[in-house]
Design a protein around this ligand. Structure first.
Ligand code: BDP
Length: 580
């Protein structure tokens, strides 16, 4: 799925901004034809969650409607017109001028529909989007699970089976864009290295019978390659060889520019440009290799989360987060616990961050409705790989976070997801982020192991000596059994900024800093450990429960991005390593 980009053949119109908005708690909208517009709306901003824009929507879980009036440019008449929504949580239905155009389940991946036959040129058009964020055990991520099916000592309000706030609404941009009638539907790029040469394999998929051929052009420092492509059916494949390739890496995130053109007998009909980073990623023995060299991941689990915006895209915040991650010496992060925006992935490519890209499979359980959850996870994997396959920054796919894999069918469930991901992308390692450790049977077939541990916090509270002993013992055991590289994908402690204690005590900045320091020291002493991701980058909003103080406070930055003591300590640890 290609991100909408403008050039001489394609135009993009951003519909983000103010929309008309109306809650529909009784689900009357569709029956009463709100798809054609309705009275009594208020103004809402898109992209952003609805929860904190008003006083009465904070905990709203239900149906809501968004309306926008727009004029498509007359110059789009000859081609095709598309509508694309970056993400809407959780379920969206779309109408144009009262006519249904499509629907999408899942809150964190883009969806698009061709609307050429619904649009009216020279007139005002109406876009209506119904979004609904009810919690249900058969959704992924799940919520409202009856206690007898999934016993939990602490339940959140709202009743989510995950530790972040169930924000609702249109969270990413809404674009109208045009393509020519015959157009480039998809491009897949895979890179490898042979000696000093970079190999760039491209697969181009087109639509349009009049198109039989085209060209691919790759350009960069000292490189200019131009190659003809011929379509067989709708697909054309080619392989480009870059002599003396400049490899993409965190130290030098070099991007070549690939441009693909397709042509009919009348000449070029469509074009699409894509940045390409030439790199390899591989698990071998107990190490993870980037471009054939062992790499150690330093970084965080994060969230898309900020006051008022909720989970809405905010570009300045994104730039700020990357600058803080650079400042602290991180080289990577995990998109815990759902795919982040496409804009975030573009910046990761440009700034040289390594990303563990995760589907929204958090809080999975294996009771009733498991088939539906499996189908959804497969859909998310397909959509995520289609969206992010061309990003050099993405080095690992994560197929779940902390599943409650206590039932026997969990192993087969994850085997199916693992094989699905591998069949779509054989070039990247696939993992699952586990809390069960050796009891997680999927560790047998995953390419590498991601483990979350909270010794010294949820267990052995306040006792860092014991915590570190337990961690060491467990890591050694897991490696002895599975002989695979391990990333400690979550560890940390809550701290309330400004709270101090000496000797360190839970919730003080000192305790959080000391726990993180000791964990890092231990992790870095083990040759099979290939990464440390602190939980969490910044404090974030959760649903309400007795173990949360308005926010989850495990951020090394506050929710508004002020550094806590742990940030300064991590900076010392991570920057020291960088300097040798
Ligand atoms: C882990 C989860 C993460 C939580 C974290 C915590 O993966 O979503 O926020 O623990 O409890 O279990 O802080």
């Amino acid at each position: 799925m290609l991100y909408p980009k403008a050039n001489e053949f394609r135009q993009v119109m951003d519909l983000s901004g103010f929309f008309d908005f109306k809650l529909d708690p009784e689900k009357r909208g569709e029956k009463e034809n709100w798809q054609k517009g309705t009275e009594g709306c208020r103004v809402i901003s898109v992209p952003a969650s609805w929860n904190e824009q008003f006083l009465d929507t904070k905990n709203y879980l239900g149906f809501a409607w968004y309306f926008k009036r727009f004029y498509p440019p007359l110059s789009w008449k000859e081609g095709r017109v598309w509508l694309r929504i970056g993400a809407a949580n959780y379920y969206a239905k779309v109408w144009v001028n009262g006519e249904f155009v499509g629907e999408h389940e899942g809150g964190y991946l883009p969806f698009q529909f061709e609307i050429s036959d619904k649009i009216r040129f020279g007139e005002e058009n109406l876009l209506s989007i119904e979004v609904e964020n009810e919690l249900s055990p058969t959704r992924v991520p799940p919520g409202n699970i009856p206690p007898e099916e999934e016993p939990r000592p602490l339940r959140f309000y709202p009743d989510v089976n995950f530790d972040f706030f169930p924000y609702g609404g249109i969270h990413r941009p809404v674009y109208l864009f045009s393509t020519p009638k015959s157009y480039i539907e998809d491009i897949t790029v895979m890179t490898s290295i042979e000696g000093g040469k970079g190999i760039v394999e491209c697969v181009v998929v087109k639509r349009g019978e009049d198109v039989q051929e085209g060209r691919v052009h790759l350009e960069g420092k000292g490189t200019k390659i131009d190659q003809k492509i011929k379509f067989e059916g709708n697909t054309a494949k080619t392989k480009l060889t870059v002599e003396k390739a400049i490899l993409w890496s965190p130290e030098n995130p070099y991007l070549y520019e690939l441009s693909v053109e397709i042509s009919s007998s009348k000449g070029t009909v469509d074009k699409y440009c894509l940045p390409v980073g030439i790199r390899t990623i591989e698990v071998k023995g107990k190490k993870l290799y980037l471009n054939g060299k062992p790499i150690f991941l330093k970084g965080f689990g994060k969230h898309e989360d900020f006051p008022v915006l909720g989970k809405g895209l905010c570009l300045p915040l994104m730039v700020k987060d990357y600058s803080l991650m650079k400042w602290i010496g991180a080289n990577s992060f995990r998109t815990s616990h759902y795919p982040y925006s496409e804009e975030m992935m573009d910046l990761a490519d440009r700034q040289g961050f390594l990303v563990i890209d995760e589907i929204p499979a958090v809080g999975l359980f294996f009771g009733r409705g498991v088939e539906r959850r499996l189908a959804l996870c497969k859909q998310y994997i397909s959509e995520l790989i289609a969206r992010d396959k061309n990003h050099p920054s993405v080095i690992i796919w994560s197929i779940a976070n902390e599943p409650h894999s206590t039932k026997p069918q969990a192993k087969a469930f994850f085997k199916e997801l693992y094989e699905h991901a591998k069949s779509l992308d054989p070039s990247r390692p696939v993992t699952l982020v586990s809390m069960l450790g050796l009891k997680e049977e999927a560790l047998e077939f995953l390419d590498l192991i991601c483990l979350n541990r909270y010794y010294g916090w949820y267990t052995d509270s306040g006792q860092l000596d014991i915590a570190c002993q337990r961690l060491e013992k467990e890591l050694e055991e897991i490696f002895r059994v599975h002989k695979k590289p391990i990333i400690l994908s979550e560890f940390g402690a809550g701290s309330i900024a400004g709270m101090h204690a000496d000797p360190p005590e839970m919730f003080s900045e000192e305790y959080q800093a000391e726990l993180i320091r000791r964990y890092c020291e231990l992790i870095e002493s083990k040759p099979y450990m290939v990464g440390e991701h602190v939980w969490c980058f910044a404090d974030f909003k959760t649903a309400q429960a007795p173990h949360r103080v308005i926010l989850n406070r495990k951020g090394v930055f506050t929710r508004t991005r002020e550094p806590k003591l742990a940030a300064h300590i991590l900076r010392k640890i991570w920057r020291k390593k960088e300097n040798g």
